[in-house]
Design a protein around this ligand. Structure first.
Ligand code: NAD
Ligand code: MG
Length: 390
């Protein structure tokens, strides 16, 4: 067989989530031949089994070991090999692929992402938390293995398409837009009463529960500022955030000659996923098209750090460096989980993050062991702070 006709090998880490499911839709609409090596999930065992029937992957992993027997029952009679737990996840991540989608949510994705990068190939990176916690380590591993990292986050995917990597000094600024989430103009009293059901309903994007809450607190944009800092050759003061409730312009790159290059599109994650899948080319994608006359008007305002304390935290964390971004991320994950389980109020989320940052100070976080140890300590601290609330 001619080498060019060989199917591309693909794995999807976090295949049952919002990004994972969109990735599968994009794959099913491409004319490129592919062979799926691995799919993984945390505990949605039935959806994982359905995906396994549709994609016929070589390896199927459920991270929660308690669901392994059920997976085995559901997939008896298929040829897929099955795995479970962290070992299974890391084995899936270590399969050498042409393309891997890293779509696990949270710092749980860090070790799998690191393992994938160490094995080379192209890594479509949706899991922003891994970049926030270990941006330098991931870049260093990618340099060693020759892996290519492609940002999937819509804003960063847009910047990636507009940024002149051959002349980074010609770039003046990058702008990340934020819809402002469902509570953009709510006052403090309203925010105090926000329920998890309201918080996960994003006005423009259809996403997993954690990132939806992060969008409502603006922590998502704070994580994205740090993500941008690690992905692009720029300084902290070259990153700006704009409130843009229509979510049509995802990001802009401005140049010293006064030009602005913007990325526009419908708020649909299949678009950046398709770009990452076909890069450096582009694939046709069925589905809704942006009708700019339908949108009519695009509005923007500055995102003040006073109105959005999460953005202030992002800047402080970038200036402080070391392990502070790991603390911010871990405390946020714990607090969001507690909010989703009705244990704390919406406004307590950022309070827990701030209090955790104030109490834990780490300068060095170079190795995965150091990173995980800070992550664990921050989680313990955040849980203690939550327990002390009542
Ligand atoms: P999701 O909650 O819908 O899906 C998460 C996936 O990760 C699922 O497959 C789940 O089974 C798996 N998972 C969760 N915890 C795990 C664990 N402990 N171990 C192993 N697997 C685990 O999340 P999502 O919205 O698809 O987001 C995935 C990532 O992509 C996040 O980092 C998010 O910030 C990023 N992202 C998402 C969007 C979006 O539109 N959804 C946009 C930009 C970036
Ligand atoms: Mg985004």
């Amino acid at each position: 067989m001619n080498k060019q006709e060989e199917p591309r090998t693909i794995s999807i880490l976090g295949s049952t989530g919002s990004i994972g499911s969109d990735t599968i839709s994009v794959l099913q609409s491409t004319s490129t031949k592919y062979r799926v090596l691995a799919i993984t999930a945390h505990e949605s065992v039935e959806l994982l089994a359905q995906q396994a029937y549709a994609l016929e992957p070589e390896f199927v992993v459920i991270a929660n070991k308690e669901k392994y027997r059920e997976l085995k029952r559901l997939l008896s009679g298929t040829k897929s090999r099955l795995g479970a737990g962290d070992e299974g996840l890391l084995e899936a991540a270590s399969l050498k692929t042409n393309w891997t989608m890293a779509a696990i949510v949270g710092a749980a994705g860090l070790k799998p992402v690191l393992t994938t990068i160490a094995h080379g190939g192209t890594v479509a990176l949706a899991n922003k938390e891994s970049l926030v916690c270990a941006g330098e380590l991931l870049a260093c591993e990618a340099k060693k293995s020759g892996a290519t990292l492609l940002p999937v986050d819509s804003e960063h995917n847009g910047v990636f398409q507009s940024f002149d990597f051959n002349n980074p000094e010609s770039v003046e600024k990058i702008y990340l837009t934020a819809s402002g989430g469902p509570f953009l103009d709510c006052n403090k009293d309203d925010l105090q009463r926000v329920t998890p059901e309201q918080a996960v309903k994003h006005p423009n994007w259809d996403m997993g529960p954690k990132i939806s809450v992060d969008s409502a607190t603006m922590m998502n944009k704070a994580l994205e500022v740090i993500e941008a800092f690690h992905l692009f050759p720029i300084n902290i003061n070259q990153i700006s955030v704009l409130i843009h409730p229509e979510s049509i312009i995802h990001s802009m790159v401005s140049y010293w000659d006064g030009s602005f290059l913007a990325h526009l599109g419908n708020p649909d994650m299949k678009i950046p996923i398709a770009y990452a899948l076909s890069w450096p080319r582009r694939m046709p994608l069925r589905g809704s098209r942006l009708d700019i006359t339908d949108v009519g008007k695009l509005t923007f305002r500055r995102a003040s750090q006073q109105q959005f304390p999460a953005l202030r935290l992002a800047n402080e964390v970038l200036e402080e460096g070391g392990g502070s971004a790991i603390v911010m991320n871990a405390a946020n994950e714990v607090a969001v989980q507690a909010f989703l389980q009705y244990e704390i109020s919406f406004l307590s989320i950022l309070k827990i993050v701030e209090a955790s940052l104030a109490r834990i100070q780490y300068n060095k976080a170079d190795s995965i062991e150091e990173i995980m140890s800070i992550d664990n300590e921050a989680r313990r601290m955040a849980r203690n702070l939550i327990a002390a609330l009542d």
